[in-house]
Each structure stands twice: as C-alpha cells, then as structure tokens.
Design a binder for this molecule. Sequence first.
Ligand SMILES: Cc1cc2nc3c(=O)[nH]c(=O)nc-3n(C[C@H](O)[C@H](O)[C@H](O)COP(=O)(O)OP(=O)(O)OC[C@H]3O[C@@H](n4cnc5c(N)ncnc54)[C@H](O)[C@@H]3O)c2cc1C
Length: 162
Amino acid sequence: MSRGDIATPLRELVGKQSNVQVLLGKVTNTYPERKQIVFNGKAYSYDHLVLATGSGSTFFDRDEWRTFAPPMKILEDAKEIRRRLLMAMEQAEQAPDPEARQFLQTAVIVGAGPSGCEMAGAVSELMRWALNNAFKQLDPKKTRIVLVNPGDRVLRAMSEML
Ligand SMILES: Cc1cc2nc3c(=O)[nH]c(=O)nc-3n(C[C@H](O)[C@H](O)[C@H](O)COP(=O)(O)OP(=O)(O)OC[C@H]3O[C@@H](n4cnc5c(N)ncnc54)[C@H](O)[C@@H]3O)c2cc1C
C-alpha cells in the first residue's frame, strides 16, 4: 500500500477547523504547577492540557530483541520491516544451498494478538503472492511463517468464536 493510503497528515485532517493550529515539534517538558509546557525550546502556557503521546513498542524487558525485530508503530518501521523481508528474498534467490534458502524464506512473528495475526497475513501476502513471478530460483510458495504464542490458541483477547 502507498503511504498516503495508510496515514493522513494531521494538518490535513483538521485543516478546515479555524480554531485548531498544528505545530510540528517535540514537547520536552511539562510544568503542571505553572500550567506550562516546553515545546521546541519555548515555554507555552495553557488552560487545559491533553497529553495524547501514544505508546511505544514493548519488548517484554528483552531489549536485545530490538536488533532482530524492529518495532512497528510508524511508517518508517513498516518500511524497514518490508526492506528486511525483501532483502532476505533477494539473498534466498542467490543461495545455492536449499537449507540456507529455506532459512531465508522463514519469518518468525512473536505474539499472536491482533497485530501479530495481521502481520502474519501481510507477510504471507508479500512473500508468497505479491512476488510470485518476480524470482526465478526460489519458490515463494515455500515461504514459512511461524507465529509464536503461549497458550492454546491465537487472539486470546478475543472470544473463541471469533
Ligand atoms: C501496525 C498497527 C496496526 C493497527 N491497526 C489498527 C486497526 O486496524 N484498528 C484500530 O482501531 N487500531 C489499530 N492500531 C492501533 C491504533 O493505531 C492506535 O491505538 C492509535 O493510533 C492510538 O492513538 P493515539 O492518538 O493514542 O496515539 P498515536 O496515534 O500514537 O499518536 C500519538 C502522537 O503523539 C506524538 N508524540 C509523542 N511524543 C510526543 C512529544 N513529546 N511531543 C509531541 N508529540 C509527541 C507522536 O509522534 C504521535 O504522532 C494499530 C496500530 C499499529 C501499530
């Protein structure tokens, strides 16, 4: 999917609202007692403050996993994951050893919640179907996707029927 189909710029979303101004930058400090925030090195006063800074990816206290599994919160993360998958396939195309090729065609996804399951489907679409005729040596259908999850089923936050 193109980037424009995934995220709409905030500026565009609220563009028609005359009482909303969008400023790009980072809030580095807040002073609730003074009702101030520090933004792009300048202090701003406020009447009411809403902090909606989102969340980061958790690696379950295993920060060493970051090297192997990039987070997936922003478009740049998605681009990096896609790049790694495509590079693995490029390497697999040139790997003469079938075992090495199978290794490069194997993706492991840790966590079978909504994001993990969706990711497994997206990886399958990319590695098995989207590039079906693009490679001559490797067989995209031999792509193996391993979804790792504790417990007896995927999507444990949802009802079993779903
Ligand atoms: C891969 C993926 C797929 C998803 N799919 C779905 C889906 O299909 N359906 C669904 O309902 N939800 C989905 N979600 C979840 C959904 O995207 C989030 O729940 C939602 O975006 C959270 O909104 P938010 O406004 O709280 O935070 P965010 O959208 O993360 O926004 C927080 C903003 O604050 C900014 N910010 C952070 N720190 C600062 C700072 N110091 N100064 C200034 N700005 C700052 C960040 O840059 C960001 O722009 C998905 C999430 C991911 C990662």
